[in-house]
Design a protein around this ligand. Sequence first.
Ligand SMILES: [Zn+2]
Length: 59
Amino acid sequence: MDTNTDVNASNCVCYWIIEEPSGSKSVGRCKKCGKTKEFFNYTDTSVWSSEYNYDNLSE
Ligand SMILES: [Zn+2]
């Protein structure tokens, strides 16, 4: 059994391509091995807005 240059999912450093969001989550697909994974949408949570609040405080 020869598994030459096949990308193995367990061996893959996944490069996630996030597809269009549906509801509160998005599906990401690995560009390399084709594996899919669900990502919860978190773009509107406090991670970034805390940075902006911090910036606003200096004004
Ligand atoms: Zn992968």
